[in-house]
Structure formats: C-alpha cells, structure tokens
Design a protein around this ligand. Structure first.
Ligand code: TXA
Ligand code: MG
Length: 371
C-alpha cells in the first residue's frame, strides 16, 4: 500500500514553496494530490491527462461517467479549454470568480473525454483559496478535482476526513485546515440556450439572478424528480453523502418535530438501536437520543452549512443506527443545505402534522431518483 503523507500548508508562497514544488511534480507525473479549497477538499489530478482522470475515478471508487470539474488559477487559462464564452458567463465570472461558482461551457479539443465523463461540455471553476490557487499554478494550470471523499460518503471539510477516505491510495494530502464554506460549489450550466442551476451552493439563485436575470433550476435539485427525467449534472443521480445509519428528515412545526422525534427514538431504543438526532442550537436540549448533534444556530445558515458534512461523518464514528434530522431553510444557503441533506437521507422524509396522531404521519419516500 502507498504511504500517504499529510503536510500542512499556509497559503503563503514563501513558506509553501517546497511543498508546492513537490505537489506540482507529482501532478505532472500523473499522480494525485488532495487539496483544500474554500468549499470542500478536492482530489486533484492533471485535467489534461486522461490517465490522471482514470486514477481519480479509481481512488474515489466513482463511476467514470460522472464528469470532473476543471480548476484554473487565472481567467486567461479558460480560453484553451472551452470553445466559446457566452456573455452571461463573462458577467458571472466578473462577479464571482475567483470563488465557489462552477460554470459549464462547451469544451475544446484539449480536454480529454476521460475528464468530462464522455460529455462535450466542461465544468470550470477558479477557487479563491490561496493554497488551491498556488497549487494549481505550480501544477501546470489545469486541475481536475472532484470532492476528495470516497464515492457516496460525505464530502471532506478537513484533511483528517480526506485521510480517512484516501489513505493508502494517494501520496500526498495538503492540509489547509478546516474549509470556510463546507458545501461544494454552485454549478450553473451556460452551454445551452438558457442558464440553468444544476447544484445549489454558497452563490445562491438570488445572487445569480441579480446578475444575469432568469436562471432555470434543474428538477433534480428539489430532490424529487420524475423517474424519466435525467439530472443534467450526472453526479446528482448517485446516492450521496449518506451515513451508514438510516437517516430520516423530520418535517413540521418545531414542537411537533421534537415530540415525534423523541417518540421515534424511544421506540427505537426499546429495540436496542443506537439513536441520533441532528438538531439546531435552538432545540438541542429538547431531544432524547444516544447521540445529539447541533449544526449551529438557525440564525446562522453559514455555520449549518459548514458543520453538515462533519456531523454526518460523526454519525458513522458514533455508530448511529437510526438518525433523525430537523429540516433547515430552503432559501439561499438553505437550498444548498437541504439539497445535500435530502440526498444523504435517500429522500426519506417524515411529515408530522399538528396532533401528531399516527394516521397523520406520512412517510413520504418521495419518488426516488433513478440510482
Ligand atoms: O466545490 C466543488 O465544486 C468541489 C471542489 C473540490 O472544487 N468539487 C466538486 O466536484 O464538488 P464533484 O466531482 O464532487 O462534483 C462535480 C459535479 C458532479 O455532480 C458532476 O456530475 C457535475 O459536477 N459536472 C461536472 N462536469 C459537468 C458537466 N460537463 N456537465 C454537467 N455536470 C457536470
Ligand atoms: Mg462530490
């Protein structure tokens, strides 16, 4: 098995110089290096080298029809990999690059099909994280980087999480501390006639519409979709972020949710199951369960976003069998949070209504996406 080193970086080119040189050499040789970005940790390889992209799929255990995002460190690098830049893309890049926004373009011939999962389009993002930018520049300028988790697991927000999933599989993890945002970038498809949001993130629909007017949303975002519809971002069709225990989202007025969750936990405990609750600070001390974790205050959606993947991983470390989560907002950042949580729950939502009588409880295994 390969030895995996974890090395701290500082985002200061003087201090990081020898590390970046080493990382750049690995990438040019076709090896993989895990890196911090402002959203989540990425598993980086040379985007223009088909063999590197194959290695990425292997290390993650990810199906190879799921395309990778190409990361660049400067705007000028875009021209080589796309076959045209629409006006609306110019506006969004001006407003949000570098930053947590991925744009989809028609690709040029320089981008191998292995990197785009066979698609004629390419997803591109320019991270604002200093370590990521230094690394990309040191590595030839074109880095394919999916989230650094093993396929299906929650994305990684710390280098320790990357180590859990990638040890023995890659030679180097660059440790930049805990990430700032904690959810993957917003993805907007600009390769068609109308701009379309494929994955919600920190850059919200409202922020996008302020800049370019109308933006459609891919049906897969709400988590409920027609069996025949295909999500435009192939990655959105796979089971994602899921903890080992069975996760349910419990929806309803706060008092009803607390009552329902406590009674569900009581009956699970009687069966000898280890129960867990994902709550907010406001309701943390109201639950009875073996494990109770808050994602943060409902007043602070950014903290909820930042903690979500870590708490989902904690559930595995704690050996939770059954997990009940509160629902979080649906506007702005809330849309991105719920998009991930609904996937993690495999679309299992328990609706509770006033009165809480048994017949009012609908287990809406919302029409599942084709998996
Ligand atoms: O924040 C992020 O975007 C992180 C960091 C590391 O930059 N990366 C990331 O990559 O989340 P990944 O591979 O975990 O998710 C990429 C998503 C997948 O759902 C994939 O299907 C979609 O982007 N995607 C990539 N290229 C695409 C394309 N050409 N057309 C449609 N969807 C695409
Ligand atoms: Mg991912």
């Amino acid at each position: 098995m390969m030895e995996t080193r974890v090395v701290r970086a500082w985002g200061d080119m003087e201090r990081d110089r020898s590390l970046m040189e080493e990382a750049g050499k690995l990438i040019r040789k076709g090896e993989l290096v895990a890196i911090p970005t402002e959203t989540v940790y990425g598993l980086a390889g040379d985007a223009l080298n088909p063999a590197s992209s194959k290695k990425i799929y292997e290390a993650k255990g990810r199906p190879s029809d799921n395309p990778l995002i190409v990361h660049i460190a400067e705007r000028a690098a875009l021209n080589r990999i796309v076959s045209g830049i629409p006006e609306k893309a110019e506006i969004l890049m001006e407003a949000f690059w570098p930053g947590p926004l991925t744009l989809i373009f028609k690709k040029s011939g320089d981008v191998p099909m292995e990197t785009t999962g066979g698609l004629g389009t390419v997803a591109v993002r320019m991270p604002v994280n200093r370590i990521a930018a230094e690394f990309i520049a040191a590595s030839g300028g074109y880095i394919a980087a999916p989230s650094a988790n093993a396929s299906g697991r929650p994305s990684c927000t710390t280098a320790e999480h990357v180590y859990e999933d990638m040890k023995g599989k890659i030679p180097l993890i660059i440790d930049g501390g805990e990430v700032g945002i904690g959810l993957e970038s917003t993805i907007v498809d600009l390769s068609g006639d109308r701009p379309c949001l494929l994955r919600p993130g920190y850059i919200s629909l409202r922020m996008l519409r302020e800049k370019i007017g109308e933006v459609d949303t891919d049906p897969s975002i709400e988590g409920v979709m027609d069996e025949n519809a295909h999500p435009k971002a192939p990655g959105m069709k796979y089971r994602h972020y899921a903890p080992k225990g069975e996760l349910y989202i419990v929806r309803g007025a706060p008092e009803d949710v607390i009552e329902r969750v406590n009674s569900l936990c009581d009956s699970a405990a009687e069966k000898g199951l280890r129960t867990a609750v994902i709550s907010s600070d406001e309701t943390l001390d109201r639950y009875r369960a073996d494990i109770i974790r808050s994602l943060g205050s409902r007043q602070d959606e950014e903290s909820i976003a930042r903690n979500l993947f870590r708490v989902l991983r904690d559930m595995d470390d704690e050996g939770a069998d059954l997990i009940y989560s509160e629902e979080f907002g649906s506007a702005d950042m809330g849309m991105a949070i719920m998009n991930r949580l609904i996937r993690a729950a495999g679309h299992k939502i328990i609706e509770c209504q006033a009165g809480g009588s048994e017949k009012n409880v609908i287990l809406s295994e919302a029409r599942k996406m084709s998996s």
